[in-house]
Ligand binder design. Structure first.
Ligand SMILES: [Zn+2]
Length: 605
């Protein structure tokens, strides 16, 4: 994960009256010169406040104490206040005739907000308190089997571990239901949050908060919604097959709890939210599909230190022609869990000065998963460096799906042939052994797609009022059934608030970016493989050492946010349209195999 320069300014903003955060003044007196002066000031202030926030955030996450938390909160508040102020002030220039790049900057200031607090200071304050309460309700959320005994209480990590181990159905059901007890107290707050945030969005000229979120994609909001439907329609047939085969295997394991042709119970897919299914791989593994090697075992056998794993990741990017990471990256990054202090180990990539001071923060273990995560985080860093010469506000990815997709694209090039090339594997297994690798990957990447889509489908309808508060939970399960084909393990009335049991809902983080990233990484991989002249099956293509692929990748990355994402996409892929057919190409061998397995069997729900 990473946070862009604008997102830092815009996230969860509260409006301080002292900063002049009132409704925009009349536009009658402003001139193009005023707009230029305003944008220059915004650029300078944004850079200053973002650097301060990044420094405070880095220290806080690397030395967790009450004091560093307070310092980080102060720096965030200053940046958030400025972001809200800029959004409102930018409306003053709506009718001023300015050059195209300045118009793009002015629009950006408005659409980048995730939350727009209402101008009324009392309402703005109420909204800030609600947001803090929602986040802490989630953060402190625990499933307690006996409330009088705190040591029976389980955190989200505990529940995650229970659900990750297939086997004992009643135990899985209890854990699933247990975790969903954390969210009913959020319902009232969430309803009020919707009212207040919509009010703020309307003050910025949007129909509601959902329309504000959709407006940042260089398309009319409704056209963007249609675009998502189109992408989902492309991959849905493959998802439905994966769903049917997984259901078949889960039914063999759990019996009638799993219907022969209905939705899959949500507690049996190895994950609290049934969003990634990799943990049920042992139940659905194709026979004789062992690839013959395990990257985790190789890393352990070579006793590869964390620093060498990162160097290996860096070497992939430099093999494409990117400059090596700066000396400060190696001096300032965190690679191993320190013994002497509390740190946030959740992997992240940083761009502290928004020029050259890039870093990662991870507690690296010698595992295939961490090896992939290193490539993911470095993707953020190389993107950040590629756009460092853009004006401050354009130092971000083409759309928010792009930033998350780059490192994953590179990770798709970590193929058996690549491992042979860098000396970690003696011989690449025959492609007939690929089914296991493909199934494993599909359980994470294909299974995630409908989930990545539906979170915001629910929120957009909630913001627009199409889903009224009295139907929050019913609508949630209707969408989960429609997209994922999953059902709750027991009746879920409106006494529950199941969306709140997923972090990104109380935290108010938009989610469509993860759906887009999942689609884009395969589209990027297919385009780069073609540029590199790869004629192997797409899942065996690696762009390692291919300078032309690197040049085209850099052409896209270096544009940052300065142009509509369609231009950036075209620079790399030659197409102006997102396209999920690359996923179908990548998983073609698995798809044919699923067809054989499912002959005569029920498919769909
Ligand atoms: Zn990321």
């Amino acid at each position: 994960m990473t946070r862009s320069i604008l997102a830092r300014l815009a996230a969860a903003a509260t409006c301080a009256a002292a900063l002049g955060c009132s409704k925009a003044a009349s536009s009658s007196a402003v001139t193009p010169a005023d707009a230029k002066t305003f944008l220059d000031a915004v650029n300078a202030t944004t850079l200053k406040l973002s650097v301060e926030q990044a420094q405070a955030g880095w220290v806080q996450q690397n030395f967790i104490t009450d004091d560093t938390e307070a310092m980080e909160a102060r720096a965030s508040q200053a940046a958030n206040d400025a972001g809200t102020r800029f959004a409102k002030e930018s409306t003053k220039y709506d009718k001023v005739d300015v050059p195209a790049d300045q118009r793009r900057l002015l629009n950006l200031l408005k659409v980048v907000n995730v939350l727009a607090p209402p101008a009324d200071p009392k309402e703005s304050d109420e909204l800030a308190k609600i947001m803090a309460r929602l986040e802490s309700t989630y953060g402190k959320g625990k499933w307690c089997t006996d409330a009088s005994k705190p040591d029976t209480c389980k955190t989200v990590e505990d529940v995650t571990r229970i659900l990750a181990a297939p086997g004992d159905e009643p135990k899985l059901r209890a854990a699933w239901e247990g975790w969903h007890t954390i969210s009913p107290p959020m319902r009232k707050d969430y309803q009020r949050f919707v009212e207040l945030s919509n009010k703020g969005a309307r003050e910025l000229g949007f129909a509601d908060t959902g329309a504000m979120w959709r407006s940042k994609y260089d398309l009319p909001p409704d056209a963007f919604t249609k675009e998502l439907d189109r992408l989902w329609d492309q991959v849905r047939p493959l998802y439905v097959k994966l769903h049917a085969y997984t259901r078949l295997k889960l039914r063999q394991k759990y019996g009638d709890v799993v219907p022969a042709n209905g939705p899959i119970p949500a507690h049996l897919l190895g994950n609290i939210w049934a969003q990634e299914w990799g943990n049920v791989y042992p139940l659905v593994a194709p026979p004789n599909a062992d690839p013959g090697y395990s990257l985790t075992d190789i890393l352990k056998k070579h006793r590869m230190p964390p620093l060498d794993m990162v160097r290996t990741g860096e070497r992939f990017y430099t093999s494409l022609g990117f400059a090596p990471l700066p000396k400060t990256f190696w001096e300032r990054s965190l690679f191993v869990r320190p013994k002497d202090r509390e740190v946030v180990c959740h992997a992240s990539a940083w761009d502290v000065d928004f020029v050259e001071d890039v870093r990662i923060k991870m507690c690296i273990e010698p595992s295939a998963e961490d090896f992939t995560t290193i490539h993911h985080e470095l993707g953020h860093n190389f993107y950040q460096r590629a756009y460092k010469d853009q004006p401050v506000l354009f130092r971000d990815s083409a759309n928010d799906g792009f930033h998350e997709a780059i490192g994953d694209t590179i990770a798709l090039s970590v193929t058996p042939e690549y491992l042979v090339k860098i000396g970690l594997l003696d011989k690449a297994p025959d492609t007939s052994r690929d089914l296991g690798l493909l199934m494993n990957r599909a359980l994470d990447k294909i299974a995630f797609l409908p989930f990545g889509l539906l979170i915001d489908q629910w929120r957009w309808k909630v913001f627009s009022g199409e889903i009224p508060p009295g139907q929050y939970n019913k609508a949630w399960w209707d969408l989960r059934l429609k997209y994922q084909g999953v059902a709750p393990p027991s009746d879920r009335s409106e006494d529950f608030f199941d969306p709140g049991a997923k972090y990104h809902v109380p935290d108010n983080t938009p989610y469509t970016r993860y759906f887009l990233a999942d689609i884009l990484q395969f589209q990027f991989h297919r385009a780069l493989s073609k540029i590199a002249g790869c004629t192997l099956p797409l899942n065996r293509c690696s762009i390692y050492e291919n300078k032309e692929a690197g040049r085209r990748l850099n052409a896209m990355l270096s544009m940052g946010l300065s142009r509509p994402w369609q231009d950036a996409l075209e620079a790399l892929t030659g197409s102006r349209q997102m396209d999920a057919t690359a996923i179908l190409d990548y998983f073609a061998p698995l798809s044919s195999w699923l067809d054989e397995q499912l002959a005569g069997k029920p498919v769909g729900w």
